[in-house]
Design a protein around this ligand. Sequence first.
Ligand code: ZN
Length: 336
Amino acid sequence: MNTLEFAKKILAIPSPSGYTKNIIEFLKQECASKHLDHEITQKGNLIIRLKGQDRYRLGLSAHVDTLGAMVRSISADGTLKFSGIGGPLLPTYDGEYCYVMTRDGQTFTGTFLSNAPAAHVHKEARTMARTEENMHIRLDEIVKTKDDVKKLGIGPGDFIALDPKIVITPNGFIKSRFLDDKISVAILFSLLDHLKANNIIPKHDLTIIISTYEEVSHGAGSIPDLDEMIAVDMGCIGEDLSCTEYDVSICAKDAFSPYDFDVTNRLVNLAKELKLNYVLDIYPMYSSDVSAALRGGNDIKGGLIGPGVSASHGMERSHSDAVENTLKLLIGYLQA
Ligand SMILES: [Zn+2]
């Protein structure tokens, strides 16, 4: 499987937290076609199980939900007020195309704009703070009043997804919104393909968790019984951190907690042994599905790795080198 091409497919399926059933259905079919033992939990997480050589229970997770928004209200002029889902960088929403998905299954297109969107009219066009209060959605429908919008079937509580703007460049960059964390979901599916193609039985029983509410903090709050869990999620880049878009990042501590001492050491030693481009970093403003699992009271050893992703929660970018390094570390870890 070409990981970037598979990433492109799932990036194209809208999946803000709370509206993930279409993408989970897509991944479920993928599992069925690969004859993988899988199930969907009540909250909508996809669980895949592989028998290992012993009964130690290792879990790997990645989240398929993304940032987005929800319709808050319809304004008198036929535009929409919205409430953000997750922790988006709202200034980057300004000017972005979006999809408004109604509860009766219709999809409408629109654009996020500031309330001073016209440079030729609004004195504050350049300076107005891009906040929920100061922004709206302009629908691509002939709507002039609140009633016009209501008649379309749009209303409070409808989900809003952003156009991810996916581009893969010939020199290996992938730029798109929501590489966090769909790039890692693609890596996990490549890992499954690799195991199958090479007839590898993992050392330990393996559970893969594709979670659906990570961006709103409770994705893997409840998980199947595990001894150890490694979240595969984007590596942070910026300021004094070591990671680049070409590395697999191993996280020693995030804003919630340090990760398990032994698991982190094993990952670092293996990355050295395999001569991977890796870094060991701390993530100052981050929590993962392992954090959610620990908060949920699960007794697990936790780890966190992932490909370096630039400009996270904005217009993100990574590179095939980071994807390869992450995949190789996982392949090695399952057999170590
Ligand atoms: Zn993430």
